[in-house]
Design a protein around this ligand. Structure first.
Ligand code: T6T
Length: 314
């Protein structure tokens, strides 16, 4: 099915501002396979993709798995490859399991761009575009450190091992936490992208270690569940830092349930992805790796123009 522009606005990080002169209006067909359907991070990326494609006279078809799960994403990539688009923008859900299906796309002559997540061996792709995930994880620790200069126990709630982005965030957080001897790193627990599981992890962790001072939730759904878990445990004074800035996360930040959010630039990742795909199709040089930035959102900047622009679309 086709991605429509419904819900995309020029506000937020829609990736607007493309120069619009790339592509030569050849009517290229671009396929977009996000990590999971309906996730506001990928919805916002889709807006950036759609806008950049429109500027280049290209069309976009989007199809995403119902869960962030390579066994559901693989058949989608297989069928997209069979439909022979000119380019494929894909966020692999696992560094290993998605290796072969994505290589098959490149072998079929489709220009592959990895958006957001990557693979153990990304050589099938003409370009990889992602946030500074490791740096974002370290920044998340710094926000907890600032709130708790006395130190204490800290925990990471992630998604699943084998996802390049969330693994890098957890690693960045862990390295930063272990560099400050006042903090005790309690490890990483995996929520399988289910907010309810993240909430259970947090309630159980708080029963075992009621003196936890900070929790880093490594993506949107982990953050949603972590906030619920802390609330249910009736705990106050715990600093929660979440990755991503969907509408629910922003609300939790405004309500003071979450203290900071690391907002990525999904629209820009999408726009850059289209531009790299078109450059490859035009036989132009591509950039092997593009790193996009992030904004730390707190109650102090969420209502500013910068804060509003960093929030995701829904
Ligand atoms: O955090 C994003 C994305 O960067 C990550 O790879 C998977 O989770 C999200 O889509 C948020 O749900």
């Amino acid at each position: 099915f086709s991605l429509t522009l419904v819900g995309c606005s020029s506000g937020g990080d829609s990736g607007s501002g493309g120069d619009g002169d790339s592509g030569g209006d050849k009517g290229y067909k671009i396929a977009f396979v996000p990590g999971v359907a309906g996730d506001e991070f990928y919805v916002t990326m889709g807006c950036g993709i759609q806008e950049a494609a429109k500027a280049a006279g290209a069309t976009v078809e989007e199809q995403g798995p119902q869960k962030f799960d390579p066994s559901l994403q693989k058949p989608i990539v297989d069928s997209v490859v069979a439909s022979k688009p000119d380019a494929l923008l894909v966020a692999p859900t696992d560094v290993k399991a998605m290796q072969a299906p994505i290589k098959a796309a490149a072998d079929a002559g489709i220009k592959v761009v990895l958006v957001d997540t990557t693979l153990d061996d990304p050589s099938a792709a003409v370009s990889q575009i992602s946030s500074d995930n490791k740096g974002g994880g370290a920044a998340a620790f710094e926000a907890i450190q600032e709130a708790h200069p006395e130190g204490g126990k800290v925990l990471v709630v992630s998604v699943d091992p084998g996802i390049s982005t969330t693994d890098a965030r957890a690693e960045g957080f862990q390295e930063a936490a272990e560099a400050d001897s006042k903090f005790e790193f309690l490890g990483v627990q995996y929520s399988h992208n289910q907010p309810a599981t993240a909430a259970q992890i947090v309630t159980a962790a708080l029963q075992k270690d009621p003196d936890i001072v900070g929790i880093f939730a490594a993506n949107l759904f982990a953050a949603e569940g972590t906030a619920t878990g802390v609330k249910q445990a009736g705990k106050e004074g715990i600093t929660i830092v979440g990755f991503d800035a969907g509408p629910d996360q922003v609300k939790q930040l405004e309500d003071g349930v979450v203290q900071a959010l690391v907002a990525q630039q999904p629209g820009t990742i999408g726009k850059d992805g289209v531009e790299q795909a078109i450059a490859a199709l035009e036989g132009e040089k591509t950039e092997e790796k593009i790193q996009t930035g992030f904004t730390i959102l707190t109650q102090d900047n969420i209502d500013t123009d910068e804060g509003k622009a960093a929030a995701y679309q829904s």
